[in-house]
Every structure is written in structure tokens, then in C-alpha cells.
Design a protein around this ligand. Structure first.
Ligand code: ZN
Length: 429
């Protein structure tokens, strides 16, 4: 079995935030012979074409066109580009004693807050630069790459009860320290000037930016036999990497193969580049039309399609087995996990679970099932949100991880390889 762990680590390190993840995906797709489609153009697509379309620079939809979609449906693997983090607020510089500057930030999604303390941090995202027309500014990704910030924890001597449970304020406790300035006046607009310098742009041309904190320590393997992967953003970039690797490795079966990477899953998917928007539905309609299909063909295509909604699952934590369902214990290393919920927070049903389990069987990959302990609420993900736009058959699944939404999560190398094999088989069948 090919080991994809090293390539996953490289992908994670190249993708500190959503915008950079999409840029890395574009780079890899370009290298594999894909070319970009502009949503504002008329699309001409032929069977076999390798194309992708971006939304907001933070979501990306790549496909290899098959034969007329009405006859074969499409095979979709979806995942998300975003991870919980901290976004820099406007007018973010705050000057403290000794002319030390800290940054005002806002929490994005649901990070485990205290895992962000005392780590080397940096900033990445995108900048918006003045363009030729007020409605069309230019977009550039920004990534400082070097350790620039730290969120120092309060010493235990000021709070002896810190290990007995310690409430954290997002506005007071979580602000990162950037460094010294010569005088308080130098702090005003400092991040703006740093972004301009990083991009070698005139500060007057930098109109705005989306910047987030990320942890600069790279992904690594850990464990007696290097069986685990430790990194930030495994949720959901490990599934993004698996979808991409499978798309590029697959030969297909005549059906169009789609990789749909949405943004803003961590905040409920309610943006134009999120799964609650019609972005995937429009892609399918336009693809169908460009391949010569009618409206009727689009409906036939949807009826004959299948989606794998890939988002990480919870592996049984060795210290907390009581938190998990008594009879379903997905473990790290036990294969991809099908996620099931009686109240339909996941799109999985017996039909789609059976389909995915059969795909895994054909790929020679073990498969596991996750349901919540009935007294624990659990989470939700992309699948169900997408079915409110398109009535697709599909399964919610993911690789098992520990510490979901920690600044560093832990997954299994074997599971990653299994997932890629299962996804490749899915695209081929
Ligand atoms: Zn996720």
C-alpha cells in the first residue's frame, strides 16, 4: 500500500489557513493538467476535460468531465478548507506596558481555546489590493511563515486553581503578543504595513485583509511505529488531501468525478462559498448543460449520483471511553468511519452506508461506524446541508481523530492510506 503520510504532512504545512489551502490545491491541480474555469464566462466542456472553479479564493470545485451526465450521474467527494482559528480584527494593535503590542482577535469556529497558549504562531490569509475598477480589486494570499506571535498563559502563581478548570475569556485571555515597538505611535497600522511589506506593495494600495493566526510547528508523525499524524487542521485538510490524491489517481468509469471543497463549515456553511449556498447545484447544472444536457438530464443526473461527504470522525479516546457509544468504538487505524445519526444530522442512511461499505470492501479497506453516545449531542457537517440544495444520495464519513478542534489534532497514518484507497475506488466504480 502506497504511504501518503509524507505528502499529507507537506500539504498540511503548505496550508496554514483556508486561502492558502485552496492556493495549494490550485498549484497541484495545475501541475496535473487542470485549468481554471471563470464563473463569469460561458463554459465549454468536453468529456475528459480537467477543470476547476474557485469561489472567494477559499473554496474550490475540481472535476474530470465524464460522458453525458444523465447516463452515468456524477461521483462527488466533498470536504472543507477551513479550521477553527483566530481572525485579526480591524484596528487590531493594542499597546501595553513597555510598548509591547498585542493584537485584538475574534474567534473563528470552535477551537479548544487553551491548546493555543504558549505556541509559536504566525499570520496568514489574503490581502485585497487596489485594482483597475472599484468593484474589482486584486486578491493576493499572504503568509508570514515565521514565528511572530505567542499567546502567553498566566503563570500558575496568579491562579493556583488553574488545573481545576479555568474559564477563558475570548476577549481577554486569548490575545496574542506581537512584540516591541519604539513608541506607541508606531503601533498604529503596524499590521497593515507588515502586509504591504510582505507583498512588496505600496501600503496605500492595500485596501483590506483577512488574516488569521496559525500554529507554525509543522505536521509530524508520532508513536512507537510512527503510526499517528500530529498536526493542526487535520479536520478537514486530511480529507481534502485524500480527495485530491484519489481524484488524481483515479481512472474513472465514464461518470464525471468531482472534488468539492467548501469554506466556512466551522461556522455553519452559511456563506456564498459554503455548503448551504447553491454553489454546487449551479456547478452541476452548468456542467450538465455544457456537456449537452437538458433540464431533464440534470434531474436524471442528480438521481443517479452519489456523494461522499468527508469530514473527520471521533476515534475512541483511551482516557474517556465512557463518552462514546457502548457498542460502536471506531479506533485510530481501524479504517474510514461511517457517521450515523438517528435525527439526521448526518446524511447517512442504511442505503448509503451499504454503498460506502461495499466500496471499502472492493478497495480492501476496513470500515467502521460511529454513532453518538445517546446522552451526548455530537456535531454535524456538510452532507445534510448540501441535501437541502440537491437531493443527493450520499454518506457522511471521515477518518477517526483525537482532540478534534485542538490546535494540534491526532490521526492515523494507516487510516489516511485506507481513505485514499477507498476514495479512488469510489471514483472508479
Ligand atoms: Zn470538519
Amino acid at each position: 500500500m502506497t504511504d501518503h503520510t509524507a505528502d499529507l504532512k507537506a500539504f498540511l504545512d503548505a496550508s496554514p489557513v483556508n486561502f492558502l489551502a485552496v492556493e495549494e490545491l490550485r498549484r497541484r491541480l495545475d501541475a496535473a493538467g487542470f485549468s481554471e474555469l471563470n464563473p463569469a464566462d460561458t463554459w465549454t466542456i468536453c468529456p475528459g476535460d480537467r477543470r476547476y472553479v474557485c469561489a472567494n479564493g477559499s473554496a474550490i470545485f475540481a472535476f474530470i468531465a465524464g460522458d453525458a451526465p444523465a447516463h452515468t450521474g456524477v461521483r462527488i467527494i466533498s470536504a472543507h478548507s477551513d479550521s477553527p482559528c483566530f481572525r485579526v480584527k480591524p484596528h487590531c494593535e493594542m499597546v501595553c506596558d513597555g510598548d509591547i503590542v498585542k493584537l485584538n482577535t475574534e474567534v473563528y469556529g470552535g477551537p479548544i481555546l487553551y491548546t493555543w497558549f504558549d505556541r509559536p504562531l504566525s499570520l496568514a490569509g489574503r490581502a485585497i489590493l487596489r485594482g483597475d475598477h472599484p468593484l474589482r480589486p486584486r486578491h493576493r494570499t499572504v503568509c508570514f511563515r515565521r514565528p511572530m506571535l505567542v499567546i502567553p498563559h498566566l503563570a500558575i502563581h496568579f491562579n493556583r486553581a488553574v488545573n481545576d478548570g479555568n474559564h477563558l475569556s475570548r476577549q481577554k485571555d486569548m490575545l496574542p503578543v506581537l512584540g516591541h515597538v519604539a513608541s506607541a505611535a508606531d503601533a498604529k497600522g503596524l499590521i497593515h504595513r507588515l502586509v504591504a511589506a510582505e507583498l512588496e506593495a505600496d501600503p496605500a494600495d492595500v485596501l483590506d485583509f483577512d488574516l488569521s493566526l496559525y500554529t507554525v510547528e509543522g505536521a509530524s508523525t508520532v508513536g512507537l511505529n510512527n503510526e499517528f499524524i500530529s498536526s493542526g487542521r487535520l479536520d478537514d485538510l486530511s480529507m481534502v488531501h485524500a480527495a485530491l490524491t484519489a481524484l488524481l489517481a483515479s481512472d474513472g468509469c465514464g461518470a464525471t468525478r468531482i472534488m468539492a471543497i467548501f469554506d466556512n463549515e466551522e461556522t455553519g456553511s452559511g456563506t456564498k462559498q459554503g455548503a448551504a449556498s447553491p454553489v454546487l447545484q449551479q456547478l452541476l447544472r452548468r456542467l450538465c448543460a455544457a456537456l449537452g444536457g437538458t433540464d431533464e438530464d440534470y434531474y436524471r443526473c442528480v438521481a443517479d449520483s452519489f456523494m461522499v461527504s468527508a469530514d473527520n470522525a471521533h476515534g475512541v479516546h483511551p482516557n474517556y471511553t465512557e463518552k462514546y457509544d457502548p457498542t460502536n468504538h471506531p479506533v485510530l487505524g481501524g479504517g474510514p468511519v461511517i457517521k450515523i445519526n438517528a435525527n439526521c444530522k448526518y446524511m447517512t442512511d442504511a442505503d448509503s452506508a451499504a454503498v460506502f461499505a461495499t466500496v471499502c470492501e472492493r478497495a480492501g479497506v476496513p470500515v467502521q461506524r460511529f454513532v453518538n453516545h445517546s446522552d451526548v449531542a455530537g456535531g454535524s457537517t456538510l452532507g445534510n446541508i448540501l441535501t437541502s440544495q440537491i437531493p443527493l444520495r450520499g454518506v457522511d464519513m471521515g477518518a477517526a481523530v483525537w482532540a478534534m478542534h485542538s490546535a494540534r489534532e491526532t490521526a492515523s497514518s494507516a487510516d489516511h492510506n485506507y481513505t485514499i484507497r477507498a476514495f479512488t475506488e469510489f471514483y472508479n466504480c
